[in-house]
Design a protein around this ligand. Structure first.
Ligand code: THU
Length: 142
């Protein structure tokens, strides 16, 4: 696991919990927040954004990662997500795990922090959450 200080972990967990407040979730009423630490040193936040056409919903993790990329940073050193009260009850969905695998700094070591809304969390390497990503095409023109 990539070394993160306890301060960085706390900061990412608290930032994800805060970002959760901005969720637009009038259909599921399940709010999620995320925070990624870009390899540029900046923190990017995201929340879930639902739509009346349900399939158009975007998860908090992807919102945060896409904001990072659109702001000019193409990899992250850590990601925190907060949805349920207890950390064990939620974690990135399959689609987000694939997107995480694309943009994490190193799939073997980048920590994914799954937090509860009260601040409890567990943390594991991206590879543990998503062991065999789809990687048919190598990114050869970043
Ligand atoms: N959701 C996320 O934002 N992230 C996750 O990790 C799992 C699910 C959102 C999508 C939808 O708005 C709501 O949670 C219920 O599925």
């Amino acid at each position: 696991m990539k070394d993160l200080t306890m301060e960085q972990i706390r900061m990412l967990v608290n930032t994800a919990i805060q970002a959760r407040e901005n969720a637009y979730a009038p259909y599921s009423h399940f709010k999620v927040g995320a925070a990624v630490l870009g390899t540029d040193g900046k923190v990017y936040t995201g929340c879930n954004i639902e739509n009346s056409s349900f399939g158009l919903t975007v998860c908090a993790e992807r919102t945060a990662i896409f904001k990072m990329v659109s702001e000019g940073c193409q990899s992250f050193a850590a990601l925190a997500v907060a949805g349920s009260e207890k950390p064990g009850e939620s974690g990135p969905c399959g689609a987000c795990r694939q997107v995480i695998s694309e943009f994490c700094e190193d799939i073997n070591t980048t920590p994914i922090i799954v937090a509860g809304t009260k601040g409890e969390f567990f943390m594991e390497e991206a590879i543990k959450l998503y062991p065999r990503p789809f990687m048919k095409f190598e990114p050869n023109d970043k």
